[in-house]
Design a protein. Structure first.
Length: 241
């Protein structure tokens, strides 16, 4: 029979696994780092996976395909459940990381001030700009940190001074070779973002990250406090705007 079914462009697929997580029927799996349609009869043609693909690699086509088989889908999901297999990428799973637990002040444990330099302040997962879901619950009321991924290695107090109390998104416009502005604009438009801080390196290629953030803020039409901090390659704060 000819019916509507998804088609995956492997050239565009970045292997994030978001589509596999979004497919309730388990029709999509990750194979060799790419999303694959397992069987035509697992796909119901409704397309829950389409809006979750950050790379735009999934479209609808009309072609000869086996009819949707609900019984086969249920049997496949039961097999996956019993074997502990996951269809999507575990690294894409949205998590809010709790950083609130502190030692009892009357105990012999080290106090928060002593631990602050040793404790991660990453508040959520995933933290890559291109992997973070636009409507992730951790964006609600967030103070947003948009950071070049090199900054955490160059600046020794990145966690305590910049990441603490913020939701952190990282990226490298040179390595990713994409414009982050559209994704950042959607995040700002669809959530109650309280402030935005951009932390970048002094190198010219990091200008793309700052440009994407400022473009997203302007396009959103929202008046949100924002700040840019530039880190030098020797690990010091080079400039604040």
């Amino acid at each position: 029979m000819v019916r509507r079914i998804i088609q995956i462009d492997e050239e565009k697929c970045n292997g994030c696994g978001a589509c596999a997580d979004a497919c309730h029927e388990g029709a999509i799996s990750m194979v060799d780092g790419k999303a694959k349609l397992l069987r035509d009869d697992y796909c119901d043609g409704l397309g829950d996976c389409l809006p979750n693909c950050p790379a735009g690699a999934i479209t609808f086509v009309e072609r000869e395909a086996a009819a949707y088989n609900e019984q086969a889908v249920l049997e496949n999901k039961a097999r996956q459940s019993s074997s502990g297999l996951q269809a999507g990428c575990p690294g894409q799973k949205v998590q809010r990381l709790c950083r609130d637990s502190e030692p009892n002040p009357d105990s012999d444990e080290k106090q928060p001030s002593e631990l602050s330099s040793k404790r991660s302040q990453l508040a959520q997962w995933p933290c890559q700009i291109k992997l973070a879901p636009i409507n992730a619950p951790y964006f609600d009321g967030a103070k947003l940190l948009i950071a070049a991924d090199c900054t955490a290695y160059a600046y020794a107090r990145m966690h305590e001074e910049f990441m603490k109390g913020r939701i952190t998104l990282i990226g490298c416009p040179k390595l990713d070779s994409i414009d982050y502005s559209a994704k950042l604009e959607e995040i700002i438009n669809n959530n109650d973002i309280r402030s935005v801080m951009v932390v970048r390196m002094e190198v010219p290629c990091c200008g793309g990250l700052e440009l994407a953030a400022t473009k997203a803020l302007r396009s959103s039409g929202k008046f949100i406090p924002w700040q840019v901090v530039t880190i030098s390659t020797d690990g010091s704060i080079w400039d604040k705007i």
